[in-house]
Design a protein around this ligand. Sequence first.
Ligand code: PRP
Length: 179
Amino acid sequence: MHKDIKKILLSADEIKKIVSELAEKINADFKGQPTVAIVLLKGSMFFAADLMRELTMPVSLDFMKLSSYGNETNSSGIVKILLDTSVELEGKNLLIIEDIVDSGRTLLKVQNMLKDRSPKCVRICTLLDKPDRREADVYVDYVGSVIPNEFVVGYGLDYAEQYRNLPYIGILDESVYSN
Ligand code: PRP
């Protein structure tokens, strides 16, 4: 285990199982309908890569990048759009792929933006949900794991751009960000 990690919350094997279970539900619901997967960078990259390889409908890939955190462990409250989608979304089934829903502000912003583009349907899938921190009223269709209010990193999630490449999700030791 990495020296800055206090505790492993989800091991690589546990993540794999969660991803498969999510894919099974999504495959059942989407019933083979063509879908655009919209991956919210950067954190969701690892999750999306694994999830998409288990999806059975025809699925195309697009990206958005929004930012709310800077290098802090607490959200700044401002969601900035750094990269927008590049394909036509009108009349399409959309699957938004997110790594973690915290305050919910990122998803609220994404939902509002996409609503204006007249998609056929928008569903949201997140690997992690931290409901204790929710501020915005967002409905998430698929949740991999509900987690406690701890600062987690790994499998795409960062602190100051580090730890994204850890194969598990772990709780970051306070000593890393308390000084
Ligand atoms: C993180 C995370 C989610 C969002 C969740 O992204 O990946 O997208 O914050 O927070 P919220 O529910 O409070 O909006 P971040 O802005 O840190 O960008 P990153 O994915 O590039 O690390």
